[in-house]
Design a protein around this ligand. Structure first.
Ligand code: FAD
Ligand code: EPU
Length: 336
């Protein structure tokens, strides 16, 4: 296995930031993690997938391990479901399209999300009304300290909105090596998300197939989100905040167009993109960085930015949203 020193990560993070890792290695087998850990256990270690949810504020002073563990296999099947296990280094979109081509339902709403299968459970990726927790069966994770591989069930992963145990207590402790998804052979299409439903209506499609939903999701995403190959970004920079019903009612009396979606008995989720837009940030550019003009939740690097310029912009946005709406936005992207 080759270990490269001072490795350039510009092509390995979707913000396109010009930073380096002190040491860099690519692994395609579990044994290789073991080998690396025994030689580098005293330096910081980080697992890299597609780099689509990371903002580097400086060079990484440790060992960056790029996960390239591949392989897709059917591990169980009956007349209703299939369980498909995919290696953590598989590209998420390739895996989704493999399931769509087989007409297995479950992942179609999650089409075109950048990144790898191994990162999908880290923040319980979600889009268009589905989160991976809805179709998750189990994952296998390599414990960096003990060298053992353990299976994690749905309950053990403690998934929440853009959250899991791997972002909290077990942060940095496990390398996800594979994830198994439970897919449906007689797909139940989930089109409760408004943007998806209205697009299907526009096209006059009443009973869409898994493939049609996937294609529509891809089209909506292409129309709203910047392609990282053209403009550096990491998708939504902040989470959509959940506020109390009384807080929401107060805001509604001041802004009668504020959108809100009930998430619990007393909680309302408000689109952060709307809050940021209302504060006047949408489409604003400050030097090399800015707020995407078609989606205010996405911060972009127009080229040549330093990670700290993006952090500074995000702090200014947070402060103005706090001042205007008394809401502190929480960062979704992992800042390293
Ligand atoms: P990375 O960015 O490489 O890593 C993310 C975190 O996971 C890091 O902390 C890393 O150390 C850890 N990690 C990665 N792989 C492993 C592993 N095998 N084991 C242990 N830890 C690991 N996200 C959504 O949820 N919904 C969306 O709709 C969405 N849209 C996006 C659109 C765009 C244009 C972009 C750029 C991003 C979008 N994202 C979205 C965010 C991103 O695509 C997801 O978070 C994705 O799962 C990140 O995968 P990755 O392989 O690039 O992870
Ligand atoms: N909105 C605005 N202005 C904007 C952007 C959004 O007013 O500039 C309002 C509109 O009211 C719109 C609503 O926000 O109806 C929701 O917008 P959108 O459907 O684009 O979704 P989002 O809430 O901004 C979330 C996820 C995305 C995911 C989409 C689709 C989070 C943090 N983001 O965005 O995930 O793709 O829904 O389901 O939950 C990501 O995590 O990186 C990501 C892109």
């Amino acid at each position: 296995m080759r270990i490269i020193e001072d490795f350039q990560l510009k092509g390995q993070n979707t913000f396109g930031l010009d930073i380096k890792a002190k040491y860099y290695a690519e692994i395609s087998k579990i044994d290789e993690i073991k080998e690396l850990y025994s030689s580098y256990s005293s330096s910081p270690i980080m697992i890299l997938g597609g780099g689509s949810n990371i903002l580097f504020s400086k060079d990484y002073d440790g060992l960056m391990i790029k996960n390239l563990i591949k392989g897709i296999k059917k591990v169980y099947e009956n007349e209703d479901i299939v369980l498909i296990e995919a290696g953590a280094g598989e590209v998420w979109e390739d895996f989704v399209q493999y399931t769509v081509d087989n007409n297995w339902g479950g992942l179609e709403n999650l089409s075109l999300i950048p990144g790898t299968v191994g990162a999908s459970p880290i923040q319980n990726i979600g889009a268009y009304g589905t989160e991976i927790k809805d179709v998750f069966e189990e994952l296998k994770g390599y414990n960096l300290e003990t060298g053992e591989v353990s299976a994690f069930s749905l309950a053990q992963c403690r998934f929440g909105y853009r959250d899991s145990v791997f972002k909290r207590e077990l942060k940095g402790k496990f390398v996800v090596t594979s994830v198994t998804y439970r897919l449906c052979k007689n797909p139940q299409i989930d089109i409760k998300y408004e943007a998806l439903r209205s697009e299907l209506e526009k096209l006059g499609i009443e009973s869409p197939t898994v493939k049609q939903v996937s294609e529509i999701v891809c089209n909506i995403r292409r129309s709203k989100l910047p392609d990282p190959k053209i403009v550096g970004n990491a998708g939504s920079f902040f989470k959509n905040p959940e506020i109390s019903d009384s807080h929401y009612q107060k805001l509604l009396s001041l802004h009668n167009d504020i959108p809100g979606y009930k998430t619990g008995n007393n909680t309302i989720k408000v689109p952060a993109g709307w809050l940021i837009q209302k504060c006047g940030w949408r489409g604003k550019r400050l030097g090399n960085v800015g707020v995407y003009d078609k989606q205010a939740l996405v911060l972009v690097n127009y080229g040549g930015a330093d990670g700290n310029e993006i952090i500074k912009l995000s702090e200014n946005i947070k402060e103005s949203v706090k001042k205007e709406f008394d809401i502190w936005l929480e960062t979704e992207v992992n800042i390293v």
